[in-house]
Design a protein around this ligand. Structure first.
Ligand code: ATP
Length: 883
């Protein structure tokens, strides 16, 4: 069904879609239409078939090397080797495949958490619905920052502009209107329509849904939107490159050794080839990539469970390196539970009683309730703030809540506390609130007179009311404002202006002069207790918190002090930032923690200054204008509740609860994940190192191979799927949030890590090699590979307990905190017993059943590794500390 909706008038559309522009649809019609039109969503994009996803995991240099090895063993007639090598390749692909499925599921879940919502009018009432539930005929309200949820024909448009680049390629915003258009009008010029998937950059509007799902313009070109980005993280990229490097080195080394063996040792070429294959599979950390992505995926999941939704995987790593968090004040650091406590008019100050949004309380003068009729200025002030208002307070489940903006909600409650009912006049035209100009105005008709009511930030309104700086009147109002802001209250002013009868619409020029100030309202918004704690945690973790708020500077500083965010008295205002050079801004962000009366542009300036200074910053935001700053910040943080869709799309992280503490928790989780990624690498590589060392030593010294290729593969796989996984569940190490953030330039394999990997490789490989002659003597050559295999596995088992703690002695009070470590250890031991004693497994791996005494060496080597590495940690940290 595709009609030329833009060329029809609203009456016709109402008739055709059986709706009403004011009241919307009734429930019965909604149900009928949903049955007929289906859900408002685009068909899922064709998914890659499962088998193909599985096959893709064989596309890897490391696996190619394995498959070549399989072919060689097949030609040489070592069929068991062939089967095992292929099995390893398959298991490896299977793990990768299952892992990918899990990560996909986690990300899908996150996508669902970010589902698009829409404000709909049905049966005359506003509802917040999932965009999926919209049907043609629904009446939808949109405002700046919204993503358009379906194709809409506009009924009302106030300063409405839309960004339609995703559909038309046009990069500038299109001004929207409501007039009927010619039926030849092309898509880009249909200014009375809003299209699904585009976004509102300014103003407010009301429209009737005319097309949903596949019938929308975007549906016709079938482009899916709202993708959660998925790219490789810097760390995964580093390991990928590292893997490739290893492969090349290995192949070269193996070839050289093969030639060396043939020339100097006169080995049988077939045997030699098998050994060289052994070397190749030994040195390749097959399981590493899969484990690293498991750790990341689990991290993303934990963060989501803790109310921080990551939209990109790399940000999980960046989070751990954050040095500065720039936070909004209202709702993030404070509770966003606003209550008006005082109203000030030209000659009186009224106290307001009652808490929360419940419209129960009194307006009092000198402790006595006043009759608002006796105070015309007060009466008009209340009319103004109730009229120029898009929010409401309602009772739901015995609780009074705001529908809309808390700042506006508390003004509605205030008006409803008056002794006489205050009328909400109908708005004939309006200038919606925007944090860049900080006021809202509406044209109304009151007792036959057209007038503009306005409410906004007092300092703006004082100028618009022509109060000269230094005049007695201005001084009075400034003094009144200061009293409120100094205690951390936010202040709203209201003003009025009569206009001529012919006025139909209003614009910024209409309110720039000639207003009469009616009064001020002082509003409290208490700090969040948990945010105070979180700020303290940041200080300990070497993270600076900066407040960037649209509020008055005294309010901002008072709250910052109450929350111990700063101990300095410095506040810089947005317009001061505007006047500074880039260099000056770089200096200012180092000295100042509180920025007030900022505009979204200031946020961008601050992010840029911080980046020039080399800081890694997280920046919060909610409005459509915040998008550039959110995009630019290392971690853009959008508010899940009050944030606009556009802000969410521009950011790396979305806070489900808009709470500052959630950011700090996510940073903590980011540090944990990064540490565990590093620990995993530190853990896995020595296995490969030790094996490669043994194979090379045997080749060079002309010894019998200690392990076959199959046995080596087995060791790599079994440690990767058991003990290595334990590190993914390792809780955050003590003291991690007490040290400064890591440097963003820090290399994955620091010199110390390189040293550790080589040290542990030599420790494990060397002790086996040293004991080898004794094993031959004591237990006979045929048992040596079995003992060697167990020695390697036990060494890694114990080594895992070393790696769990990077800085601390491992036998500390957190030793039992990671249950996974013990479960996988037990599992590993059971598997080891099975392969040693179950006949068919023995045969497959070429092992011998061991007597009890023969277990002595493997266990002792494991224990030895543990003790030596603990001593090494202690010594190294002493040395580092001294340095
Ligand atoms: P923060 O940046 O800390 O989250 P904020 O986003 O609430 O604060 P703005 O929304 O930019 O800050 O508000 C700045 C000022 O504009 C407020 O101090 C208040 O005086 C005024 N103001 C806020 N909301 C409205 C509104 N709905 N109508 C009119 N004026 C408003």
């Amino acid at each position: 069904m595709s009609r030329q909706w833009f060329s029809l008038d609203i009456d016709t559309i109402e008739k055709q879609l059986e709706t009403n522009r004011d009241e919307g649809l009734v429930q019965r019609e909604v149900t009928e239409k949903r049955d007929y039109y289906g859900k408002n969503k685009l068909p899922e994009q064709e998914k890659t078939p499962e088998w193909l996803k599985f096959i893709k995991h064989f596309h890897d240099v490391l696996i190619y090397i394995l498959l070549v090895a399989a072919v060689v063993t097949l030609i040489l007639g070592h069929y068991i080797d062939t089967v095992v090598i292929i099995l390893v390749a398959v298991i490896n692909a299977l793990i990768g495949y299952i892992q990918e499925g899990k990560a996909e599921k986690a990300l899908d879940g996150i996508k669902n958490m970010l589902s698009l919502h829409a404000t709909v009018v049905r049966e005359g009432k506003r509802h917040d619905l999932e965009a999926e539930d919209l049907v043609p005929g629904d009446v939808v309200l949109v405002k700046a920052g919204d993503k358009v949820p379906a194709d809409l024909r506009l009924v009302e448009a106030d300063h409405l502009k839309a960004e339609e680049a995703s559909l038309t390629g046009e990069s500038t915003s299109v001004t929207k209107e409501t007039m009927v258009l010619d039926d030849e009008t092309v898509l880009g010029d249909r200014v009375n329509m809003l299209f699904s998937g585009t976004s509102i950059s300014q103003g407010t509007g009301r429209g009737i849904v005319v097309a949903t799902g596949e019938d929308t313009e975007i549906g016709k070109i079938n482009q899916s939107m709202q993708d959660v980005e998925e790219i490789k993280t810097p760390l995964l990229k580093q390991t990928d490159d590292f893997g490739k490097l290893i492969s090349i080195v290995i192949v070269v080394l193996a070839t050289l050794l093969f030639i060396f063996g043939l020339t100097f040792h006169q080995y049988d070429w077939q045997e030699l080839l098998l050994s060289v294959i052994g070397l190749m599979v030994a040195a390749i950390p097959e399981g590493l990539p899969a484990i690293l992505s498991i750790i990341l995926a689990l991290g993303v999941q934990t963060m989501a469970d803790n109310k921080a939704i990551m939209r990109t995987l790399p940000s999980v790593e960046t989070l751990g390196a954050v040095t500065i968090i720039c936070s909004d004040k209202t709702g993030t650091l404070t509770k966003n539970e606003m209550t008006v406590t005082t109203v000030v008019t030209a000659n009186q100050t009224f106290d307001v009683t009652g808490t929360g949004y419940e419209p129960v309380g009194e307006l009092r003068l000198n402790d006595k309730e006043v009759n608002v009729i006796d105070y015309p200025r007060l009466f008009q002030f209340l009319t103004a703030v109730k009229t120029v208002n898009e929010s409401d307070v309602i009772e739901k489940d015995n609780q009074w809540i705001v529908q809309g903006e808390p700042t506006e909600g508390c003004l509605v409650s205030l008006a409803d506390k008056a002794s006489q009912p205050i009328k909400k006049l109908s708005m004939q035209s309006k200038i919606p609130f925007d944090s860049s100009y900080k006021y809202m105005a509406a044209l109304v008709e009151e007792d036959g007179q057209k007038r503009i009511y306005l409410k906004g930030a007092p300092d703006r309104v004082f100028d618009m009311a022509g109060l000269e700086v230094g005049s007695e009147e201005r001084n009075y109002w400034e003094e009144q404002m200061k009293r409120r802001t100094e205690t951390g209250e936010r202040v709203i002013a209201a003003a009025v202006k009569d206009v001529s009868e012919t006025t139909e619409t209003i614009d910024h020029e209409d309110v720039s002069t000639g207003l009469t100030l009616l009064g001020l309202a002082g509003i409290i918004d208490p700090p969040r207790e948990e945010a105070i704690e979180a700020i303290k945690a940041c200080k300990q973790a070497g993270i600076t918190v900066k407040m960037i708020t649209g509020d008055h500077k005294d309010t901002a500083l008072a709250i910052a002090k109450q929350m111990q965010l700063t101990d300095r008295d410095a506040v810089v205002e947005g317009r001061e930032l505007d006047d500074m050079s880039d260099d000056e801004r770089c200096e200012v962000v180092k000295r100042v923690d509180v920025f007030a009366r900022t505009s979204p542009k200031n946020k961008l300036q601050l992010v840029e200054a911080l980046q020039t200074n080399g800081d890694i910053s997280a920046m919060t935001g909610d409005g459509v204008n915040d998008a550039p700053a959110l995009k630019r910040a290392d971690i853009g943080v959008a508010m899940g509740i009050k944030g606009t869709e556009v802000a969410k799309e521009a950011s790396e992280m979305v806070l489900v609860d808009d709470n500052f503490r959630t950011i700090v928790n996510a940073v903590k989780e980011g540090r944990r994940v990064y540490d565990n990624l590093k620990k995993t690498i530190l853990f896995i590589l020595p296995t490969n190192g030790a094996e490669a060392f043994l194979v090379m030593a045997a080749l060079l010294l002309g010894l019998t191979m200690l392990l076959s290729a199959v046995q080596i593969l087995y060791v790599n796989m079994v440690t990767a799927v058991t003990v290595a996984l334990a590190l993914a569940f390792e809780p955050i190490e003590r003291g991690t949030m007490e040290k400064p953030p890591r440097k963003s330039t820090e290399r994955l394999l620091s010199p110390y890590y390189m040293f550790r990997i080589v040290f542990v490789s030599l420790l494990i490989g060397g002790s086996i090699l040293l004991l080898y002659p004794r094993w031959v003597e004591q237990y006979g050559q045929e048992n040596v590979s079995t003992i060697t295999l167990h020695a390697l596995v036990f060494a890694q088992l114990f080594h895992m307990f070393n790696v769990r703690n990077e800085r601390h002695f491992s036998l500390n009070k957190d030793f039992f905190k990671n249950k996974a470590a013990f479960i996988v250890s037990a599992l590993l031991i059971i598997i080891q017993l099975l392969v040693t004693y179950v006949p068919f497994m023995q045969v497959a791996l070429g092992l011998q059943p061991l007597s009890l005494g023969e277990w002595f060496y493997p266990v002792m080597i494991g224990l030895g590794v543990f003790i030596v590495v603990e001593i090494e940690k202690l010594v190294t940290h002493r040395v580092f500390k001294r340095k």
